[in-house]
Write a protein that binds this ligand. Structure first.
Ligand code: ADP
Ligand code: GLC
Length: 479
């Protein structure tokens, strides 16, 4: 049994923009059932709805240099205790990281203060054996622990695991961010936090944590190459002996067609009848003609960013639009990709439809009502939607990268390797051809539905890693 504090910027159901929140919302409970004592710490954003939370610390000390922030600590008890850093000056705003116009200008201070607050939580409230930090927003935790507080016995006794969910977001700021955070300017060196003339928070996490992980074995290999390393592949190669990949699990209590409260009809591998009703419901929901229910329907649920491969869709959009199929897309993000879908839907109103925004219920309806799910990502650390799709009998079409490559094979979906429009088009056409063979298609759906990507195995891997780390007196070497 290890006592673990998870520090992250999102956790479902409280605050979510992507898969990070799904992981923080489900891994801790899986660890608890293995016997670990886990608590979660996130900021209290304006959007966080709390019922029955109590204030456990009225004046949580949060100093960045000589600047002091008025912070409090709230606790929502439950299966897993979730702590919230309440600091209205920093977090009581619409949006987690910014507005549609761009990132908040003070994100360096916001997440340095959040990380600094995590140290106070560890000192005064929940003292773990391992602090498990996620992504750049929590990366200053190990930096504070191992620089500013490097002689402090509270922190020398705590091991730090840092998980990279997405190397594409690093927390890059001007040099002053270090002084603003109350840190020494001698951290501004290429072997520390400096990165092409800027301060890189994520790099701090990579340099100062005892151990690193990422969310699939494939991505753990890829990030050590220039193609996928976002400039940090060298730093990662240097720590390759302290880096591993642990595939995300999913929470089937939230994502299963047998019990999903958001979908029009429940179904299962034993009785697929309800899936057709879900498809009709989805077509209606998107204003697509529901009488052609036999026509294949491709679903998309995504952040609209470069990562997700929409350039490929743009590249072959006319050929895709000419295929005899429906497309139903849900997402929001970059204006250029929103425009792409807006144009396509306007030009092909009977077959292509799009909904902008964040809508969890509709995401579930798309998983259930689609025949295929498209994820042509440029890179994908793990990816959860393709795993949800498998369980819903919705056959994934994915680019063979990172977690997509690790979770989908030719018996459960369609993959392409080249990051190119024609390669994407060929994979879609393969899927459409296979769809005509009803028996073969159903067999493929059933193979996907039978796959088990619950947390059982992956949580055990984390648990073993915590155990190993907490047994080590100092920086850890590989097993
Ligand atoms: P990423 O974290 O890179 O966005 P993942 O596939 O790991 O990708 O996780 C995405 C998660 O966010 C899934 O739970 C997905 O359903 C959800 N999601 C993404 N975009 C939307 C949206 N527009 N509306 C509702 N849910 C969304
Ligand atoms: C990131 C990645 C995604 C992963 C998620 C949870 O947002 O883009 O691939 O599934 O984190 O780890």
């Amino acid at each position: 049994m290890t006592k673990v504090l998870m520090v992250a910027s999102e956790a479902a159901p409280f605050a979510k923009t992507g898969g990070l929140a799904d992981v923080l919302g489900s891994l801790p409970a899986a660890l608890r059932s293995l016997g670990d004592e886990v608590a979660v710490l996130i900021p209290r954003y304006r959007a966080v709805k709390l019922e029955g939370a109590r204030r456990v610390y009225d004046v949580l000390p949060v100093w960045l240099g000589s600047r002091r922030f008025e912070a409090q600590l709230l606790l929502q008890e439950g299966d897993v205790p979730v702590y919230f850093v309440e600091c209205p000056e920093l977090f009581d705003r619409d949006g987690l990281y910014g507005t549609p116009e761009g990132d908040f200008p003070d994100n360096a201070v916001r997440f340095a203060a959040f990380s600094r607050a995590a140290l106070s939580v560890m000192r005064f409230v929940f003292r773990p054996q391992v602090v498990h930090c996620h992504d750049w927003q929590a990366a200053m935790v190990p930096v504070f622990m191992r620089t500013f507080f490097f002689r402090d016995p509270t922190f020398t006794a705590i091991r730090c695991l840092f998980t990279i969910h997405n190397l594409g977001y690093q927390g890059l700021f001007p040099e002053e961010a270090l002084t603003d955070a109350g840190l020494d300017t001698d951290l501004f060196r290429p072997d520390r936090l400096e990165f092409f003339g800027r301060v890189n928070f994520l790099k701090g996490g990579l340099v100062y944590s005892d151990f690193l992980s990422t969310v699939s074995k494939g991505y753990a290999r890829e990030i050590q190459t220039p193609e996928y390393g976002f400039g940090l592949d060298g730093a990662l190669r240097e720590r390759s002996h302290a880096l591993c990949g642990i595939l995300n699990g999913v929470d089937y209590s939230q994502w299963s067609p047998e019990s999903d409260p958001f979908i029009a009809a429940r179904y299962s591998a034993g009785d697929l009848a309800g899936k057709r009703l879900c498809k009709q419901d989805l077509l209606r929901e998107f204003g697509l003609p529901a009488e052609h229910v036999e026509r294949p329907l491709i679903g998309i649920v995504s952040r609209f960013t470069e990562q997700k491969g929409f350039d490929l869709i743009a590249d072959v959009s006319e050929q895709l639009a000419d295929e005899d199929m429906y497309v139903a897309a849900l997402g929001s993000g970059d204006a250029a990709y929103e425009d792409l879908f807006r144009r396509l839907a306007a030009a092909h109103p009977d077959t292509i439809a799009v909904r902008f925004g964040y809508d969890n219920a509709l995401a579930h309806k798309i998983e259930a009502g689609s025949d295929m799910f498209l994820m042509p990502s440029k890179y994908e650390p793990c990816g959860l939607n393709q795993i949800y799709s498998l369980r819903y009998g919705t056959v994934p079409i994915v680019r063979a990268t990172g977690g997509l490559d690790d979770t989908i094979d030719e018996s459960t979906g369609f993959k392409f390797s080249d990051y190119s429009g024609p390669a994407l088009l060929a994979a879609v056409r393969d899927a459409l051809r296979a769809f005509r063979d009803r028996e073969g298609w159903t067999a493929m759906m059933l193979r996907g539905m039978a796959r088990d990507y619950s947390w059982r195995k992956s949580a055990a891997e984390y648990s073993a890693l915590y155990k190993r780390l907490s047994a080590e007196p100092g920086p850890v070497t590989p097993a």
